[in-house]
Design a binder for this molecule. Structure first.
Ligand code: GRG
Ligand code: ZN
Length: 326
């Protein structure tokens, strides 16, 4: 495929505007929305920090300050809550470990405690619960395995059992669901394919069948949906595209049309991306618009790793790469 050039597209990526949007996210403490999002603060920091690194401007955040806040979210049980004094959950624990890894401050966390917390959430059938209340989902298999791999501690869980559970969630269409017999959804596909990539068991995936299902997510407007009959949404530029990249079939979709769609979801005045054109921007869709563009080879962006959704430079520093993805 020929090299992607900025001039090919009627709209350009508004890097400066996005950086301003990301930098100011934390300055809205007088607004209700800031407090409503408190439970997700740690996820929000992961989305914002990763977006700035992929925009290749890591300097806009104070990584010491961020790491200090992240560490304040760790509980006695070893897991992390979404904010200081919130209950632990695997979703926040992964975000915490990812941010500390990106900021190169992992040495400041009590790793053994984190590992113990994650390992305790594995069930006898190999699945993982998200927290002490027991909800099971393949999202949590991904969170647990990614977190442990970043910490170089996959030995703390039963990996063959974890793989067995993910395999049970594979469907006739080649996709994966949230639990056994649940319909295929590209968010869950990212989790299952990512989890299998982390433990080097992609042999389980029927790459042609899954690649076909994923490629069919592209709609005439260039955007991707998450499953059949649904609307396009910028975040599927991550869930679908990263999965295609992991199974080496990213060229099965039309890259130019998808780039055009993603760029059309920017707010060119305030910065940030929304799920689709005209909607309100948010940091979740801003991350996945930018990481989607990075996977598509849009110029002047740092490379993102499709398995870990972290900068390739971080993955290389951590020395956890299993292979190179295109
Ligand atoms: C490190 C990137 C990263 C993730 C951590 C939490 C997690 C692991 C992955 C989440 C995967 C997932 C289930 C994503 C889908 C999110 C989403 C847009 C759900 C919306 O689903 P519906 O059914 O929307 O409301 P549709 O688009 O089907 O109408
Ligand atoms: Zn979305």
């Amino acid at each position: 495929m020929s090299e992607i050039k900025v001039e090919q597209f009627p709209i350009k990526l508004e890097v400066e505007k996005h950086l301003k949007y990301l930098k100011e996210l934390n300055n809205h403490q007088d607004e209700l929305e800031y407090w409503l999002s408190e439970a997700l603060r740690l996820n929000g920091i992961y989305w914002g920090v990763t977006a700035t690194y992929i925009l290749d401007h890591p300097e806009i955040y104070d990584s010491k300050e961020i790491s200090k806040f992240i560490l304040s979210c760790q509980n006695e049980d070893g897991g992390f809550g979404g904010c200081t004094d919130h209950d632990s959950h695997l979703l926040y624990t992964l975000s915490a470990i990812q941010v500390l890894a990106i900021c190169d401050t992992l040495s400041e966390v009590n790793k053994d405690k984190v590992v113990k917390y994650v390992a305790k959430l594995q069930n006898p059938d190999g699945s993982f619960s998200g927290d002490e209340w027991g909800e099971v989902d393949t999202r949590f298999s991904y969170c647990a395995l990614s977190c442990l791999k970043i910490l170089h501690r996959l030995d703390a869980v039963d990996v063959p059992k974890a793989v067995e559970y993910v395999k049970k969630c594979m469907n006739f269409d080649g996709g994966f669901g949230s639990v056994e017999s649940a319909e295929s959804h590209s968010g869950q596909i990212f989790c299952c394919v990512g989890a299998l990539a982390i433990v080097d068991r992609l042999d389980i995936v029927d790459a042609d069948k899954l690649g076909w299902w994923l490629a069919e997510r592209q709609l005439p407007n260039g955007g991707l949906n998450g499953r059949p009959e649904k609307l396009e949404d910028v975040c599927y530029s991550w869930w679908v595209l990263s999965s295609l990249s992991i199974i080496d079939r990213i060229h099965w979709i039309n890259k130019e049309k998808l780039i055009n769609f993603i760029l059309s979801c920017q707010d060119t005045e305030t910065g940030g991306f929304s799920d689709r054109q005209g909607d309100m921007v948010d940091v979740f869709h801003t991350l996945f618009g930018i990481t989607g563009l990075s996977l598509l080879g849009y110029p002047n962006l740092a490379k993102v790793d499709p398995v870990y959704c972290m900068p390739v430079s971080t993955i290389e520093r951590l020395n956890i790469k299993t292979r190179t993805y295109n």
